[in-house]
Every structure is written in C-alpha cells, then in structure tokens.
Design a protein around this ligand. Structure first.
Ligand code: FES
Length: 71
C-alpha cells in the first residue's frame, strides 16, 4: 500500500526503514522523503513506525521444555 503518494513510498519501505533503525517520521523524511511534500502522510507514517517498533519489542515466545525424567 502506498503511504506517501507524493514520493511513492510504500508501507513496506517504511517498515524496512524502521527495521534498519529509523524510528521517527523525521528520520523517514530524511531518508525516504516521506512527509516532505504535502505532509498528509505524516500521521499514517507515524502509526506504521509505532506499530513496527512495538512488534519488534514483543518478547520472544517461551519454549516449553519438559521436565527431565529421573533415571
Ligand atoms: S503524501 Fe507524503 S508528502 Fe504528500
């Protein structure tokens, strides 16, 4: 899905940028040009950044390890 129509930037490109360490709309503006023209994409871009950062912050799943059997 295109998020920034002016610069033809997709949601996937923003997610990749967040994965690479960009953590703000300002950072997206500097690297991809998001919100650098009309600015109407800024709110959506900010939501995508927040969602991506939150999903990366989730704890890893617990691994079930059965108790060892006494020999
Ligand atoms: S839609 Fe992103 S700057 Fe216009």
């Amino acid at each position: 899905m295109y998020v920034c129509i002016c610069q033809a930037i997709t949601e996937r490109q923003i997610e990749r940028a967040v994965d690479a360490g960009i953590d703000s709309v300002e950072g997206l503006r500097d690297t991809l040009g998001v919100a650098s023209c009309c600015g109407s994409c800024a709110t959506t871009a900010e939501e995508i950044v927040a969602e991506r950062k939150a999903s990366r912050a989730l704890p890893s799943p617990k691994i079930y390890r059965p108790a060892t059997q006494p020999v």
